[in-house]
Design a binder for this molecule. Sequence first.
Ligand code: HEC
Ligand code: HEC
Ligand code: HEC
Ligand code: HEC
Ligand code: HEC
Length: 215
Amino acid sequence: MGLFPPGTDHLLRGVLGLMAALPVLGTAVLMLLARSPLGTAAFEPVQQPVQFDHRHHVGDEGIGCRYCHEGAWEGPYAGVPPTSRCMGCHGQIWNESPQLAPVRQSYFEDRPIPWNRVHRLPHFVFFNHAIHVHKGVGCVSCHGRVDQMPLMEQVAPLTMGWCLECHRDPVPHLRPIEHVADMTWSPPGDARETGRQVQAALHVSPRIECNTCHR
Ligand code: HEC
Ligand code: HEC
Ligand code: HEC
Ligand code: HEC
Ligand code: HEC
């Protein structure tokens, strides 16, 4: 959405090529690039066509993330739920609420609600939800306390440094997979000890080579 200038892809390929040919110069260019504002986040709540409030839907109602974002367990994208999922409840409850008018309209006109994206990596970065979720990285580690957000906002920087920090030392961030969608879970004792057990059980070892995320 205009955050990342279209030239970045070529720039990245250039730098990767440069690093192969001239390691020292390549690294210097990389360090300069890392200071550029390209990878920084907005960190502001994003307005939406419908006042969808995760607090009501996750906190009070206790609907699990998986009910609406099952994609996160299945592949690269968590996705947003189709309007029919909303109407499963809102066909009956709050079905006259003016706040839900755009939802009813979307449903009856068979047109998706035009949600504004909150998180977006540049297109030259490869990311996959399922691999993280199945290796014990919880939603809360990357998205924060979604159950307390009236409007969705990005809380993690999503920069390369941020990804790498965890890839180099994932242990303190790992939890048993049955708790990946749990917003309030915390390790029973030492986070590292719990993490080590998960690491051993699931054979967790993230890669840090460039082509892990740039392909
Ligand atoms: C009843 C359905 C529903 C449930 C349950 C739900 N969400 Fe969502 N989620 C949505 C909708 C609709 C959007 C798009 C609107 C928005 O961004 O607020 C969304 C957006 C998001 C986004 C931002 C997407 C983007 O554009 O970057 C994240 C992150 C997210 N949800 C995480 C979660 C997590 C974590 C949970 C469980 C704690 C959860 N959601 C539970 C419906 C749901
Ligand atoms: C499992 C049932 C369920 C599903 C599915 C569901 N909702 Fe809700 N929603 C509720 C309940 C219950 C409330 C009332 C919560 C409260 O006020 O505490 C509510 C409230 C709302 C409100 C506020 C209405 C008002 O007048 O204040 C909006 C807007 C809303 N939901 C949008 C959505 C959208 C969009 C989706 C689909 C992405 C969705 N809901 C899916 C149960 C659901
Ligand atoms: C390792 C960090 C990480 C974890 C764990 C994680 N996410 Fe994400 N999530 C991201 C990133 C990064 C993006 C942006 C992806 C992009 O732009 O391609 C994202 C995007 C999203 C989106 C926007 C739609 C999409 O698919 O791009 C939703 C919704 C979402 N995440 C929900 C969840 C839920 C629910 C969980 C837990 C089951 C979860 N995420 C776990 C990092 C994470
Ligand atoms: C909180 C920890 C954490 C964060 C943050 C994180 N990752 Fe990961 N990532 C992992 C773990 C754990 C795995 C699983 C490694 C394995 O398969 O054993 C993984 C795996 C991956 C894989 C699969 C390739 C592989 O085998 O390593 C990709 C691609 C990936 N991450 C990209 C990203 C990107 C891009 C970001 C930043 C936007 C990111 N990750 C942020 C922990 C994290
Ligand atoms: C774990 C995932 C991951 C790995 C491994 C990784 N990157 Fe990145 N890289 C990212 C993400 C995410 C971004 C976009 C956000 C940013 O710019 O910080 C990025 C951005 C970049 C950029 C653009 C910089 C900018 O400011 O826009 C360059 C150049 C780059 N990476 C080179 C590399 C090189 C060279 C390596 C290997 C030494 C590497 N990356 C390894 C995730 C990764």
